[in-house]
Design a protein around this ligand. Sequence first.
Ligand code: ATP
Ligand code: MG
Length: 463
Amino acid sequence: MIKRFVAKVQDLFKRKPRLRKEPKQLAVAEHGINPQLVPRNAFRVCETLQKAGFKAYIVGGAVRDLLLGVAPKDFDVATDATPEQVKSHFRRAIIIGRRFRLVHVMFGAETIEVSTFRALDNPDRQTDEHGRVLADNLYGPQHEDATRRDFTINALYYDPLTQTVLDYHDGVKDVRRKRLRMIGDPATRYREDPVRMLRAVRFAAKLGFEIDEATRTPIREMAALLENVPAARVFDEMLKLLMSGHSVACITRLRAEGLHHGVLPLLDVILEQPEGERFVMLALSRTDERVRAGKHIAPGFLFATLLWHEVLKRWKEREARGEHRIPALDSAIDDVQDLQTEKLAIQRRYTSDMREIWMLQPRLERRTGRNAFKLLEHLRLRAGYDFLLLRCAADEAPNELGDWWTRFMAADADEREQLVTTVGRSEPAATAPKRRRRRRGGGRGAAGGDEPATHSSATDGGA
Ligand code: ATP
Ligand code: MG
């Protein structure tokens, strides 16, 4: 009897997000945030709004990173001023978004995103007597804004003027304990927004945090809910995950939590082929190194690496059916991109980069005559070359080919002529129309053998 009562009470507490109206207030001695890490513009936005009589705090990921002593990559501000009020206090500010509007305050190249405190979703309050959504009801008190955020470590507010942290959900304690804990009942919150499962994995991997047991447990059985999320949203989150500088850790965790199926529909297929897995993991660890070194990452390149083995497989199949080498590659790319576009919504600007990088691979193998010179004018040569180096590193293309291009690209005109001659001399077969030779000689078996088509042709020196 008592047991059942206790269980019921526990259940009640679990379901209802705790609505703590008064936050803990932590002074600098307790939170230890270094004010030097707050850029001038983020400070200025808070200061301007506060001088105008509003509340204004740095929120979300920035506070979490500040507590960890890491310089945040961007700063968001939350306020009780409406978007119009915010806009009116800055010279360069625009309101974006339709239903829930935000203000982008711009200072040169830097943008500070300012959002008005949001109310908890409450169906009774969102409509008027005719059922019309009342925009004003989207805004609410600060404690509701805190409760509708995802994890406790993301629900902290930092006032850079007084250097105080407001903590409604014991987020500071969780930062210290390195724990990722969902606010409210995790299953309910994942149902409201399944993307939170991907966010859990990303934050845990990126920050090296443990996912709290109650937050972690429902993920496996709720993973399928991600299929109902609009593809564009999943894509955005995947991109964040892959560009976090911890993509290897993220992918490893995605798999551990059973989340890789359906997230990047072809990723699970790729990761199940040993060759594909090696290539993807190598590509991801290089991406991580670049991100951590502060270098630029082109999403098109990244997705080209993730899907390369799917393209290779289909390319090989098409060649085995007797299709010509280049059109076969072109069609293999269509096959893979159609599948992806349907499920993942990789944006068009990236898919065309991917196609160019892939189409460059057989062209990079043809170095004789004017072929290599023509490629020097290709706008995507650099990306295609980087991709080739990755294939070399994964033992999918001969190192000699990658080294040759490294030298060729750095050389002057005379040296280039010489390099081309050397290829012509050492690889006389390169001038023969290899495509036909291979298909006639080897028939189906040769083209459909174990090695990817590019591999064998690269070894041959290309035609
Ligand atoms: P990052 O360092 O990747 O930017 P972040 O925590 O700032 O991490 P954002 O996606 O920029 O993540 O979101 C800003 C804040 O908005 C989060 O810290 C969180 O408080 C809130 N938030 C974002 N997405 C969600 C969501 N799906 N559900 C609830 N709250 C969210
Ligand atoms: Mg952020």
